[in-house]
Design a protein around this ligand. Structure first.
Ligand code: ATP
Length: 133
């Protein structure tokens, strides 16, 4: 039996499929691969790509800035801080965000660097997703 997958963001339900054969997620402690019949799991997610192989349809590729995943009874529920489908990513916006954060990185104190490094990781992940499609 295939997996059902739901991806929910603060803005609402971004994606729902019921024919996934494999789901790859950016777990905080490394990549998480889910196949049908996986044992129950809960994990936080890091910034990265979510790749969903489907039975009959083309695979789905998304970027996320992190969140949480729960797997139970062949259902994969992702609660994401932000997530975008690869083909809905605004490449120019991500490029601008990347340039802005890189430029600011040179000028800020050590204590302010973490937020800029997160912004760089988000933008790079969006660009990777958009360019993989
Ligand atoms: P920006 O500086 O461009 O706002 P950001 O990394 O600070 O980038 P976030 O705070 O992570 O943006 O996201 C805010 C909202 O905008 C989220 O709903 C996210 O999905 C969306 N978003 C951010 N960047 C893009 C993009 N390049 N294309 C499409 N949606 C985006």
């Amino acid at each position: 039996m295939p997996l059902s997958v739901e991806i929910i963001t603060p803005e609402g339900k971004l994606l729902e499929v019921d024919d996934a054969t494999h789901v790859l997620l950016p777990g905080s402690n490394g990549q998480i691969g889910i196949l049908p019949g996986h044992s129950p799991l809960a994990s936080s997610l890091d910034v990265g790509l979510i790749d969903i192989d489907r039975q009959a349809e083309e695979s789905e590729l998304l970027s996320t800035s992190g969140g949480f995943v729960e797997v139970h009874s062949d259902h994969v529920m992702v609660l994401a801080e932000t997530a975008e489908r690869a083909d809905e990513i605004d490449v120019e916006r991500a490029e601008r965000a990347l340039e802005r954060a890189k430029e600011q990185l040179h000028r800020v104190e050590e204590t302010e660097r973490a937020e800029l490094e997160s912004a760089i990781a988000r933008a790079n992940t969006r660009l990777r997703a958009a360019r993989s499609k």
